[in-house]
Design a protein around this ligand. Structure first.
Ligand code: SRM
Ligand code: SF4
Length: 570
C-alpha cells in the first residue's frame, strides 16, 4: 500500500494566523487594553485573541444608527461564554451566573445550543471582576470560543442517570485535557504573575498557532441525538450493552456553517468511521485534533473547518492517518439507533429515587417577562435545589437529580412561578430553536430569537387548523448562515438573508441524520405563512402513519433529499 503524502492547502496565511503567531500564546496586549478607559472597545487584533478567552466585543445594534448620527462610538459591550462541559451547573453556580448577569450583564442569561451560559452586555471595566467571580464559582470561560477545542457537549439524558454520569465524566475529561496550556488567561483575568525567566511556554498539542479554526466535540447517547452528534467536528455515539457503556462509535467531519451564495461552503454531517473503547476516547480526540492542526486550511477561514479537511483529503485517508497516529486500528462501528434530536419535557423518574424536570425555555433566554417570572422562579429553585441543573443542546433546562424529599418543594415552586414544561404549547414550538442574532450578534442579517416566537404564534394557528398540535416537527431559525441553532438539521429551517427576509429549508431528518435543502429564497412573513399553510395541510392529509414532516416532504416530491453536505446546494 502506498501511503499518501498529505498536504495543507497552499496560500498565504490569513490575518488571524498572524495575530495568533504574534500573540505570545494568546496574550497580545489584552492586559493593557482592558485597562484603557478612553474607549469602551478594544482593537481588532486583541478582539481576535479575546475569543480564546471566551468573549467577544460586540455593540448594541439597536443603538448603532442613533449613536452614529450622534457621532458617538458604538455602544460597545462584551459577550461572555462559560466553558461548562456537558452543560452541568450546580445550583450555587446558577446563582452566581444569575447574580452576575444582574450586576454586570443585561439582566438575562442565554442558555446556548452547546449547553452553556452566555451573558451579554458586559462593559469593559466590569469584565475582570465578572471573570474572577465566575472563576471563584469553579467555572471559567477559557477556550469557550476561538481556534481551539470548545465546550464538549454530552447528552442531557434524564432517563438513564448512570450512563449520563459516565458520559458526563468523559465530556469533562475531554474538555479539561484538551484545554490550551498557556497561562495567558490566568495572567490577564486572574492576576497570576508571570514568573520571570520561565522557559518559553509550549502548547504540546496545539502548537503556537493553535488550530486553523474552532473544533467541536459532542457525545450522544442513543436513542436521543439531542446534541446533534453529526454536526460535530468529532462526535461520539455511546454504545450501551446490558445497561453498561462499552464504548463509542466515532464520527468525524460535521459542521453547520456556510456563506450565502458560496457553494464551496456547506453544512456537512459527520460520518461514522469505527468504534473505540472508553479509555481510547482521549487519544482519538487528541490525534484527530492534530490532523486538523496539520492539514486544515490556514489561508481561507471560511474553508478552514475540519469538515473541509476531511472532504478534501477523503474520509478513508483521514481515517488511515488517524490510525497511523494512534498506532492501532478502530474496531468496526456498532449498530445504534436514534429516534429524535429534541428534548423530552416534564418530570421523569431516574434511578436511586431521583427525579428530573425538563423545562421549556423559549429561545434559551432566561429572563423575567411581564407575565412570566422565569428568572426569579429559577433563582428560588436554585436556593433550595440540592441536585444540579443541566443545560440542554436545545436551549432548555433540566432541573436534575431532585431527591424524592425535595420533589414536592420544587414542584410547588414550579407551579408558583408557572414554569412550564411547554405542554400547553404546540409540539412544534417545543421543538423550536433560535440563535441569538440581533441585537448583539455582529453577524446577524435578520432577527431570530426575538422573532421566532411571534412567527410561531401565527404558525400555530395553521397547526391547529390542521390538527397537528401534538405533532413534533423541528423548526430552527438563525439570523445568518453560520448555523448557530443548527438550522440545517431542522425539519423546517430559516436562515436570515436581510431584515425580515429568510431562506426557507425543508427535509432534514427528525433524528438529525439528514440535512435539509433550500425550498424558497429570500421570503418574508407573508410568504412563509402561505408556504407553510400549503405544506402543513398536505402533511396532515397525506402523511403515512408515524411519518415525520422532514421525511414526508421528500416522499411527496416537494424537495429532493440532501444525501451529503456536498450536494446541499444542488
Ligand atoms: Fe455560533 C459565531 C452564537 C453555537 C456556528 N456564534 C457566533 C458568534 C460568536 C458571532 C460572531 O462570531 O461574532 C455568535 C454570538 C452571538 C451573540 O450575540 O451571543 C454565536 N453560537 C452562538 C450561540 C450562542 C447560539 C445560541 O443562540 O445558542 C451558540 C453558542 C454555543 C456555545 O455555547 O459554544 C452557538 N455556532 C453554534 C453552533 C451549534 C453547535 O455548535 O452545536 C454552530 C454550528 C455548528 C458548527 O460550528 O459548525 C455555530 N457560530 C458558528 C459560526 C460558523 C462557523 C463555520 O464553520 O463557518 C460562526 C462564525 C464564525 O465562526 O466565523 C459563529
Ligand atoms: Fe449570529 Fe449567525 Fe450565529 Fe445567529 S447564526 S448567532 S446570527 S452568527
Amino acid at each position: 500500500m502506498v501511503t499518501k503524502i498529505l498536504k495543507a492547502p497552499d496560500g498565504s496565511p490569513s490575518d488571524v494566523e498572524r495575530i495568533k503567531k504574534e500573540s505570545d500564546y494568546l496574550r497580545g496586549t489584552l492586559k493593557e487594553v482592558m485597562l484603557d478607559r478612553i474607549s469602551a472597545g478594544i482593537p481588532d487584533d486583541d478582539n481576535r485573541l479575546m475569543k480564546h478567552h471566551g468573549s467577544y466585543l460586540q455593540d448594541d445594534r439597536d443603538l448603532r444608527n442613533e449613536r452614529q448620527k450622534q457621532k458617538l462610538e458604538p455602544a460597545y459591550q462584551f459577550m461572555l461564554r462559560v466553558r461548562m462541559p456537558g452543560g452541568v451547573s450546580t445550583p450555587e453556580q446558577w446563582l452566581v451566573m444569575d447574580d452576575l448577569s444582574q450586576k454586570y450583564g443585561n439582566g438575562t442569561l442565554k442558555l446556548t445550543t452547546r449547553e452553556t451560559f452566555q451573558m451579554h452586555g458586559i462593559l469593559k471595566w466590569n469584565m475582570k471582576k465578572t471573570i474572577k467571580t465566575i472563576h471563584s464559582a469553579l467555572l471559567d470561560t477559557i477556550a469557550a470560543c476561538g481556534d481551539v477545542n470548545r465546550n464538549v457537549m454530552c447528552a442531557s439524558n434524564p432517563y438513564q442517570s448512570e450512563i449520563h454520569s459516565e458520559v458526563y465524566e468523559w465530556s469533562k475529561k475531554l474538555s479539561d485535557d484538551l484545554l490550551p496550556r498557556t497561562r495567558a488567561y490566568h495572567e490577564i483575568w486572574l492576576d497570576e504573575e508571570r514568573v520571570a525567566g520561565t522557559p518559553e511556554e509550549v502548547e504540546p498539542m496545539y502548537g503556537p498557532l493553535y488550530l486553523p479554526r474552532k473544533f467541536k466535540i459532542g457525545i450522544a447517547v442513543p436513542p436521543s441525538n439531542d446534541i446533534d452528534v453529526f454536526s460535530q467536528d468529532l462526535g461520539f455515539i455511546a454504545i450501551v450493552e446490558d445497561g453498561k457503556l462499552i464504548g463509542f462509535n466515532v464520527a468525524i467531519g460535521g459542521g453547520m456553517g456556510m456563506t450565502h451564495g458560496d457553494t464551496a461552503t456547506y453544512p456537512q454531517l459527520a460520518k461514522v468511521i469505527g468504534f473505540c473503547r472508553p479509555e481510547q476516547l482521549y487519544d482519538i480526540a487528541e490525534k484527530t485534533i492534530t490532523i486538523q492542526r496539520d492539514y486544515g486550511n490556514r489561508s481561507v477561514r471560511k474553508n478552514a473547518r475540519f469538515k473541509y479537511t476531511v472532504d478534501r483529503l477523503g474520509l478513508e485517508t483521514v481515517k488511515e492517518e488517524l490510525e497511523n497516529r494512534l498506532g492501532w486500528s478502530l474496531e468496526e462501528a456498532k449498530p445504534y439507533h436514534f429516534d429524535h434530536n429534541g428534548d423530552r419535557y416534564g418530570w421523569v423518574e431516574g434511578i436511586k429515587d431521583k427525579w428530573h424536570f425538563t423545562l421549556f425555555v423559549e429561545g434559551g433566554r432566561v429572563t423575567d417577562y411581564d407575565d412570566y417570572k422565569l428568572m426569579t422562579g429559577l433563582r428560588e429553585i436554585a436556593k433550595v435545589h440540592t441536585g444540579e441543573f443541566r443545560l440542554t443542546a436545545n436551549q432548555n433546562l433540566i432541573i436534575a437529580n431532585v431527591s424524592s424529599d425535595k420533589k414536592d418543594e420544587i414542584s410547588a415552586l414550579i407551579e408558583q412561578y408557572g414554569l412550564t414544561d411547554g405542554k400547553h404549547h404546540s409540539a412544534l414550538r417545543r421543538s423550536s430553536m433560535a440563535c441569538v442574532a440581533l441585537p448583539t450578534c455582529g453577524l446577524a442579517m435578520a432577527e431570530a430569537e426575538r422573532y421566532l416566537p411571534t412567527l410561531l404564534d401565527k404558525v400555530e394557528e395553521i397547526i391547529d387548523e390542521n390538527g397537528l398540535r401534538d405533532q413534533e416537527i423541528t423548526i430552527r431559525m438563525t439570523g445568518c448562515p453560520n448555523g448557530c441553532a443548527r438550522h440545517a438539521l431542522g425539519e423546517i429551517g430559516f436562515i436570515g438573508k436581510a431584515p425580515g427576509k429568510y431562506n426557507m429549508y425543508l427535509g432534514a431528518a427528525f433524528d438529525g441524520s439528514r440535512l435539509s435543502k433550500m425550498y424558497r429564497e429570500n421570503i418574508g412573513e407573508e410568504d412563509i405563512l402561505s408556504e407553510l399553510r400549503v405544506l402543513l395541510s398536505r402533511y396532515a392529509k397525506e402523511r403515512d402513519e408515524g411519518e415525520h414532516f422532514g421525511d414526508f416532504v421528500i416522499r411527496a416530491g416537494i424537495i429532493k433529499a440532501t444525501t451529503d453536505g456536498t450536494n446541499f446546494h444542488d
